[in-house]
Ligand binder design. Structure first.
Ligand code: SF4
Length: 425
């Protein structure tokens, strides 16, 4: 199983050539690059303020920084099920805010579902049942390079429920992307922030209204009509978008317009949404938070019980307000490391160390250096992957559990240190 995007493709061949493992045959540039990078991850020492130290010393120093901190935040969360459980246990234990990088985009969908409900589907149902798939956005095929393999008929229609499938694209579809379809999709070319406008106009065609909603000249009427007819002719249409793409100002209105169109089409025929998450870690940590606390991220444990607020406790809001004196960055699956433009102290538990950390503790990549469970983007499948290499790299969960044990030792001699309910296992 490939852990490098939300699709979690489970057909990756890892081959050994010249004494090195690699995934050369996979038809995906992201997987090729990240398998290569991860399988050749150089060994890194633990560090305290740039000075090499043993793991034990780094863990002790991390526990010491946590003890001194008054308002810590557990962030990043580019980790697996075990890492998310341990991170939540740590946040609960020390009264921290816990927020993943993509909680705002995740909330665009989860918030809509909580407030108004909505129709979503799974990748398997898209694969086997959808006779019309509408892509929304700009970069779906570069963010999910094997998406078409997942949903193209012929390779994947195991049950033969449908014999034909049409594609449409609202947004920007490059000529390279268009050429990847057997037949080019019906294209409604627009900017990303106009997708909501187009879906609202389309919705008028599926609602009992007296007045015709005029289509702005910007969007060709002929293509709009063709798309309306395609939807009318389809038994089961699916609208597919990348959640992270819609994290722009008023992106929530665009996502709401998509859900409203789905609701309207469902008056007479079947339609569902399929939001895709770029990172399987986002889906995974939110699943774990929901089953452990009954709420998704971001959560604040400072009052002693988990409080949810989608914007107030978002990672960027906390840093902007300078409301954290310590950032505990939990990584493993991150492709890049964000800049820390903050005066807060930093404990980095990660594969990467670009410097500026007060404590750096190296870990391995889930599914490469240690066994892992991760949730696929549609949240209905959790996949297991055994470690691929014998190279010893600790997991984020192991490091956080070691920090928790260090805090335990200390709490035995300091009865004021509180003890909360979430356990890592
Ligand atoms: S599409 Fe995503 S999960 Fe599949 S091989 Fe590429 S990066 Fe991995």
């Amino acid at each position: 199983m490939c852990p490098f995007c939300g699709l979690l493709c489970d057909d990756i061949d890892i081959v050994s050539a010249d004494g090195k493992l690699n995934a050369v045959s996979v038809n995906c540039p992201i997987a090729k690059a990240l398998y290569h990078e991860s399988l050749n991850l150089p060994e890194k020492p633990a560090e305290i303020r740039g000075r090499r130290v043993t793991h034990t010393d780094a863990i002790r120093e991390a526990a010491q920084l946590i003890r001194k901190s008054k308002s810590p935040i557990v962030a990043g969360l580019q980790t697996d099920v075990a890492g998310a459980r341990s991170a939540l246990a740590l946040a609960d234990r020390i009264g921290a805010v816990i927020a993943d990088e993509h909680s705002r985009s995740h909330h665009l969908v989860s918030g809509r579902l909580q407030t108004y409900g909505g129709f979503l589907t799974t990748l398997t149902e898209v694969k086997n049942r959808a006779d019309l798939i509408i892509f929304l956005g700009d970069k779906l095929l570069s963010q999910f390079p094997r998406l078409l393999e997942w949903i193209e008929l012929g390779t994947n229609s195991e049950f033969g429920f449908i014999s034909d499938r049409n594609f449409a694209w609202i947004g920007k579809c490059s000529s390279n992307d268009s050429a990847r379809f057997e037949e080019p999709p019906l294209l409604l070319q627009c900017e990303l922030d106009q997708v909501g406008q187009i879906t609202s106009i389309l919705r008028a065609s599926f609602e009992p209204r007296r007045n015709v909603v005029p289509s702005p000249e910007l969007f060709p009427r002929k293509s709009m009509n063709r798309l309306v007819n395609l939807i009318r002719d389809a038994q089961y249409s699916v609208l597919l978008w990348s959640t992270e793409d819609f994290n722009f100002s008023l992106g929530d209105l665009a996502v709401d317009a998509i859900f409203r169109l789905i609701d309207s089409i469902n008056r007479e025929r079947r339609c569902a949404g399929m939001p895709l998450s770029n990172s399987c870690a986002t889906t995974t940590v939110n699943q774990v938070a929901t089953w452990q606390c009954g709420k998704p991220l971001p959560l604040n444990f400072r009052s002693g019980s988990p409080e949810f607020h989608p914007t107030q406790y978002a990672y960027d809001s906390i840093l902007e307000r300078n409301d954290a004196d310590l950032v505990i960055w939990v990584g493993g699956l991150e492709r890049t490391v964000p800049a820390f433009d903050t005066s807060a102290e930093l404990i980095r538990i990660s594969t990467k160390n670009p410097g500026h950390s007060d404590v750096f503790i190296p870990v391995g990549v889930p599914g490469i250096h240690h066994s892992t469970h991760l949730f696929r983007t549609d949240s209905v499948v959790s996949l297991y992957q055994k470690a691929l290499t014998q190279k010893k790299c600790a997991s984020s969960a192991e490091i956080i559990n070691a920090i928790l044990s260090e805090l335990d030792n200390w709490s035995h001699v300091n009865s004021n240190f509180w003890w909360n309910s979430i356990r890592p296992d």
